[in-house]
Design a protein around this ligand. Structure first.
Ligand code: HEC
Length: 249
């Protein structure tokens, strides 16, 4: 009985966190990560284009060229990728909220790499009065960085992300405190979140209600700790594994 239970739990973890199986493949810029041999490819869909980062197993950038085939809400486009600093980019008539399938065909340090990503369309639920008030504030104050669909931008991470699910180490008090004060960058490579301007004391709860309603409608529900995807271990950030305490900010 006991062994059966343990096995079942293991299977659940594997199903809940397919992209996280090897632990090391952590997104730096809010995208999805796929592994191909020794390489990790992160794809981020932004409003108006895509970004791709190729890294080796030690997270060092790897020079790459290639193309992307996107199926955006069922319509296919093929795009050459342009090298830009440590990433590849392409402009496309795509929105973060769209249903997208992306297949990248890359040449990374002389090796052919083909990876596939998919995301569902964002679901906007019917909002109660409090969440509607929060929606207005979010779109004015937060969307420039977290995206109008909460799926992130070049300035900030997606909040429709398992790391930010209720019960996942960013509980309600943590989110309320971040809305009031901002936070030092610790999960991603976007840098710090400055203290937001324009949310009055007392309105943090409205914004939180909107974020939670959007998360619930998009399958980012509260999760038992055992099925949590691994948090990143950032260089220089020891003792941060569980992400539970948030000491110091
Ligand atoms: C100027 C850009 C910017 C704005 C505006 C902004 N954020 Fe952020 N936010 C960030 C960045 C960057 C991070 C990631 C920090 C990190 O690496 O953990 C972040 C992280 C967060 C987190 C996770 C905090 C944690 O403890 O890890 C929450 C929740 C959040 N933001 C909510 C909001 C809300 C709600 C608003 C509007 C009231 C907002 N943000 C406005 C950039 C921004």
């Amino acid at each position: 009985m006991k062994i059966r239970f343990v096995l079942a739990t293991t299977v659940l973890i594997a199903l809940a966190a397919p992209a996280w199986g090897h632990g090391a493949a952590v997104p730096f810029f809010g995208g999805q990560v796929a592994a191909s041999g020794e390489l990790h490819v992160e794809l981020a869909i932004r409003d108006g284009g895509i970004r791709v980062w190729v890294r080796d197993h030690a997270d060092k950038p790897v020079a790459a060229t290639g193309k992307a085939v996107l199926l955006i809400n069922g319509v296919k486009t093929e795009l050459p990728l342009r090298a830009e600093a440590e990433r590849l980019t392409a402009e496309a008539a795509v929105k973060t909220a769209d249903k997208v399938v992306a297949v990248l065909s890359l040449d990374a340090a002389g090796k052919p790499v083909s990876v596939r990503f998919a995301q569902d369309a964002v679901v906007v639920p019917t909002l109660d009065a409090q969440a509607s008030a929060g929606q207005g504030l979010f779109q004015t104050v937060c969307a420039t960085c977290h995206g109008p669909s909460l799926r992130g931008s070049d300035q900030g991470p997606p909040l429709l992300h398992p790391w930010y699910a209720a019960g996942a180490g960013h509980d309600d008090n943590q989110v309320l405190s971040v809305i009031g004060n901002g936070t030092a960058g610790h999960m991603w490579k976007f840098g710090d979140m400055p203290k937001p301007e324009g949310v009055k004391p007392g309105q943090e709860k409205d914004v939180l209600a909107y974020i939670r309603a959007m998360q619930a409608a998009n399958g980012i529900g509260s999760m038992p700790a055992t099925t949590m995807p691994a948090m990143p271990a950032m260089p220089g950030m020891t003792d941060h594994g569980g992400h539970g305490g948030h000491a110091g900010h």
